[in-house]
Design a protein around this ligand. Structure first.
Ligand code: RRO
Length: 314
């Protein structure tokens, strides 16, 4: 019997990605060493830690905690500053796609960073983070302010000409999905990544009768397995409401190849691994690729297009 070759590559608006599985921004992608390791790994692309104009140390530790069901973090945007990431991209020697994540502390800072990125040549796209849940300076998540986002994108696309995707916070109401999709559908958005961590969770240590992370009185963004049903729902809703030429990158709670399959079935074109990448390190990518390929083999599918978005509903 001739075995069909199984292809798990994907295409994000012309950016060819050899495996649909990549890291999530924030996880082991801040320093030169971490980015190099990702570049050499079987992650299909490299997403950088969200950056600001100036380097930041982030919030006080402990600021990350994990348990069987997921993780909580209040990192507070520690990063090496936009110049470091642009410089890394300029000198990197790899054909692997890079998504530069940015997260200015204000709209004005986002414009500044994007103006810098606009004149840099060596990145495939920006992933604009509209969903950081952990800043002490501004307690607002831009992705929940629909009119601000609308004005921001209107102004941005007057001058910004490079590929730009957005990373969204989780939404819960159908009305909110429709409203955000309506805004995004007006612009040449390259891709949508959903979701960032679920904001304002809390985890407790009963021995100490205390919260487990220091910043913000213990409140932080929840990631990992616990958030998967919400993340899948966000992918599905946006798959329904976004223009068909805006690909979706799914993120939230992926631990196995089966989870990756579920995301693609909901309509994702690619997926990102956060909490599980931090737990398992670089080998996570090979394991997930192997598990996904086994599922496709058993189902006799030769590529993601055989089942992408084709979730059965009653
Ligand atoms: O650095 C963080 O605290 C952080 C960011 Br920027 C983000 O987008 N999502 C998250 O869970 N943590």
């Amino acid at each position: 019997m001739i075995m069909k070759k199984i292809d798990i590559s994907t295409n994000i608006n012309g950016i060819k990605i050899s495996s649909c599985i990549m890291n999530a921004s924030g996880i082991l992608c801040c320093t030169e060493k971490e980015l190099y390791n990702l570049m050499m790994s079987s992650s299909g692309a490299v997403v950088t830690k969200s950056c600001t104009i100036k380097p930041r140390k982030g919030n006080l530790k402990p600021r990350y905690f994990e348990w069987k069901g997921g993780s909580i973090n209040s990192m507070g945007l520690p990063n090496l500053g936009i110049d470091f990431y642009l410089n890394f991209l300029e000198k990197k020697n790899s054909k692997k796609p890079f998504l530069l994540s940015i997260s200015g502390l204000s709209i004005e800072e986002n414009y500044l960073i994007l103006r810098k990125a606009n004149i840099s040549s060596n990145m495939n796209a920006i992933e604009l983070n509209l969903s950081c849940p952990n800043l002490l300076e501004k307690d607002k998540i831009l992705g929940y302010d629909f009119s601000k986002i609308s004005d921001f994108l209107e102004n941005l696309f007057q001058f910004y000409k490079k590929p730009l995707g957005v990373k969204l916070p989780p939404y819960f109401e159908d009305f909110h999905f429709r409203k955000m999709a309506f805004i995004l559908n007006k612009y040449p958005i390259y891709f949508v990544t959903c979701i960032n961590s679920l904001p304002n969770g809390i985890c407790i240590d009963i021995n100490k009768e205390s919260v487990v992370i220091h910043p913000k009185k213990g409140f932080g963004g929840i990631g990992g397995l616990s958030i998967k049903p919400f993340a899948l729902a966000n992918v599905r809703k946006f798959y329904t409401y976004l223009r068909k030429d805006i690909p979706i990158i799914g993120c939230g709670g992926i631990c196995t190849g089966k989870d990756v399959f579920e995301y693609i079935l909901c309509g994702a074109s690619a997926v990102q691994i956060g909490t599980q990448f931090l737990k398992e390190g670089i080998p996570v990518f090979d394991r997930l690729i192997k598990e996904l390929i086994t599922i496709l083999k058993n189902k006799n599918y030769s590529s993601l297009n055989s089942f992408k978005g084709k979730l059965n509903v009653f």
